[in-house]
Design a protein around this ligand. Structure first.
Ligand code: AVJ
Length: 319
């Protein structure tokens, strides 16, 4: 018997309210910035899925390799009956995990994209008709309650998405995650690893321009939701490596001096020629750093796996 429930943790207009606040704040400060979560409307989620198939975008393939090789270990180590997945997107790599978790009863995908959630849930229920899927449309940084499902629980945060958070945001996030879980529950965390700059840049600045389109999608989202008049072609996609902080930054650089109107906010946003909006950080990690951050939040790193080329790390930590 298939069972699918979709729960919005926030009223539908809360998403718009959060976008308004982020745009009002991010485009009136210097330097300008926008949070990466606004990339992911239906179009943005599609573009991200295309990115994961690009030859130079290695994280998805590397993490999938790890999950294929170690899902049975993860199942044995956790005995999870509930799998919670933050930023689940298309739930593509999670399929291996779900297939391996022999005692799994409930899957709780959590994502800001309702379209990605429902598509993924339907696909999974086709494969596992006896699974209970309780999808949550939520922003995991805002905090949310877990449905009362059987333990032990495994909370997966894959893809390297934790790298989108600033170090202080990661601390807050990991502490909140620790508080959400019970003793005996586990955290499965995917982290992209520090590697030579050319490999990193190639992953975030592909020759086909799909990453550029993905980056500019945030402007389309703001145009649609807040009636703004961004012309995405006025902006250039920029990817750079911040060696000191060990993160990739994506930016959108104004090709000329211009002013953008955001009527819904009663705002006019001036750009100098060459002025940039930082649209994403994607931090890269080392094993010791991951272990320390987990430890500071109350988790003990119990297993660490990488792909054959050592590009990506997956941690299993017990609560
Ligand atoms: C989905 C956040 C893991 O940071 O690599 C892909 C998003 N940005 N290309 C990442 C992304 C540019 C991706 N995450």
């Amino acid at each position: 018997m298939s069972s699918l429930t979709v729960t919005r943790t926030l009223p539908a207009d809360a998403t718009t309210a959060a976008l308004r606040a982020d745009v009002a704040h991010g485009l009136t400060r210097t330097p300008k910035q926008l949070p990466p979560k606004w990339f992911y409307d239906a179009r943005g989620s599609e573009l991200f899925d295309e990115i994961t198939t690009l030859p130079d975008y290695y994280p998805t393939r590397a993490e999938r390799e790890i999950l294929i090789n170690h899902s049975a270990d993860i199942a044995a180590a956790t005995g999870a009956r509930t799998l919670v997945e933050l930023g689940s997107g298309s739930s593509d790599k999670t399929r291996h995990l779900i297939a391996a978790l022999t005692d799994l009863h409930t899957y709780v995908p959590v994502d800001v994209s309702e379209s990605a959630l429902t598509t993924a849930a339907e696909t999974l229920l086709g494969l596992h008709p006896s699974l209970t899927v309780h999808a949550l449309v939520a922003d995991f940084q805002q905090g949310f309650a877990l449905p009362g499902t059987p333990g032990p629980r495994l909370l997966a945060f894959l893809g390297g998405t934790i790298g989108n958070l600033l170090p202080e945001e990661r601390t807050t996030f990991l502490r909140a995650t620790h508080a959400l879980l019970s003793p005996g529950d586990a955290l499965l965390l995917g982290t992209d690893l520090v590697k030579p700059e050319p490999t990193l840049i190639a992953a975030y600045d592909d020759p086909t321009g799909i990453t550029a389109e993905f980056n500019k999608n945030v402007l389309h989202v703001i145009n649609r939701e807040l009636e703004a008049d961004f012309d995405p072609s006025d902006f250039q996609h920029v990817a750079l490596w911040n060696a000191e902080r060990e993160w990739i930054e994506m930016r959108l650089r104004a090709k000329k001096e211009l002013t953008v109107k955001v009527p819904a906010l009663d705002l006019a946003v001036p750009f100098a020629e060459g002025e940039e909006i930082r649209t994403e950080i994607s931090a890269k990690f080392r094993k010791e750093g991951v272990r320390d951050e987990l430890k500071a939040a109350g988790f003990e790193l119990s297993r660490w796996w990488t792909d054959g080329e050592g590009r990506f790390g997956v941690s299993l930590a017990v609560r």
